[in-house]
Ligand binder design. Structure first.
Ligand code: ADP
Ligand code: NA
Length: 332
């Protein structure tokens, strides 16, 4: 049996979005100090699977760290670090790329979405991304991974890799990790195109709420969010076929910590002229203290770097022996 341990992370591939906050950071904070040992990472090795300007990558890496800290990740209670500072990730990633099968990678929908028609032109790293992700998780024998809906398939692949390793080497060395996807806002959608996920690397700034947006920007973006003209429905069932409306209700629910059903109970029948300003006010109320603390932290990069370096040391103390043992099991 494995001690209850959470691992999760965020790529510094742009500024943090409301999707990252609701689907990831807010839930990480909730899990901290409970039954789990908690380990949170800035996934810079994943970011470079697509081109990143080196200076901008450094900035974005510190922004993700600041986002964690400002939201309430406590570096005393959780291990917080940058992926590239712990060599065990890259090492185990290679070992797992010899366990994972090409056919498994070929089924990954996120690669297909990101590569589009240009699969041949993508980096080998983008293709192999899920095997590195398995290493991120399993280098800590993590039992649970809180993620948004988009990462479910990758965590399932992590289980496949653990199971194949255990089977091939006649061992039970790796746990079969459980994805934790709970809450109303596990797939926050783009504000202008309700069929697309809200993402850091999306096309236009009006499509997403950034964690560092000011109150005016937040209000403006929600006001311009695409919706159908009908008022909010009176039941969850009617919401199903209205993706843009569902998205805004889910965001409201996620921010206020209630269920979508409760939001409908309060706002069913209301028009957008009433709901959108209420949503904007709520978002400002929740995000403003975080964004001002992020700005304060970003003004002191040396302090961020010091916190992250300490976290990396603690991470290595767990991951290094696990990767050494993996090598030994494989006969290396
Ligand atoms: P992005 O897609 O913004 O680049 P990452 O791939 O770094 O984000 O994902 C970091 C975490 O944030 C993952 O757990 C992911 O599932 C979650 N996440 C990202 N976007 C969203 C979203 N739109 N809704 C809910 N969760 C999200
Ligand atoms: Na993603």
């Amino acid at each position: 049996t494995f001690a209850p341990r959470v691992f999760s992370g965020i790529k510094p591939s742009g500024g943090l979005t409301l999707g990252n906050y609701l689907g990831a950071i807010k839930r990480f904070v909730e899990m901290q100090g409970g039954d789990f040992e908690t380990i949170f990472c800035v996934m810079d090795l994943h970011a470079i699977t697509v081109w990143q300007d080196p200076e901008e990558l450094k900035r974005a890496t510190r922004e993700v760290a600041a986002g964690y800290l400002a939201s309430g990740i406590d570096p005393e209670k959780s291990i917080l670090f940058n992926q590239s500072r712990v060599a065990a990730h890259a090492e185990l990633g290679w070992l797992f790329s010899c366990v994972a099968r090409m056919g498994w990678m070929n089924r990954m929908t996120q690669f297909k979405e990101k590569a589009g028609k240009n699969a041949e032109k993508q980096s080998l790293g983008l293709y192999a991304y899920p095997s590195l992700m398995a290493a991120d998780i399993l280098a800590y024998h993590a039992t649970h991974v809180p993620v948004g809906e988009d990462q479910k398939q990758h965590v399932e692949l992590t289980r496949d890799i653990a199971a194949k390793f255990n089977h091939d080497y006649g061992t039970e060395f790796f746990p079969l990790t459980t994805p934790v996807i709970e809450g109303p806002a596990m797939r926050v959608m783009n504000l202008r195109d309700g069929t697309k996920k809200m993402s850091k690397s999306g096309e236009s700034d009006m499509e997403r709420i950034n964690m560092i947006d000011d109150a005016d920007a937040i209000a403006k973006k929600f006001k311009k969010a695409r919706t159908d003209p009908a008022p909010l429905p009176e039941s969850l069932d009617e919401l199903k076929d209205r993706p843009e409306a569902k998205n805004l209700v889910d965001i409201y629910a996620g921010l206020s910590g209630v269920s979508a059903e409760q939001v409908i109970a309060e706002y069913g029948g209301a028009g957008w002229g009433q709901f959108k300003p209420a949503l904007a006010d709520l978002a400002v109320e929740k995000l403003a203290p975080i964004s001002s603390e992020m700005a304060r932290l970003m003004d002191d990069p040396a302090e961020i770097d010091r916190i992250m370096a300490k976290g990396a040391e603690r991470a290595r103390a767990i991951a290094d022996p696990i990767v050494a043992k993996t090598s030994e099991i494989m006969g290396l």
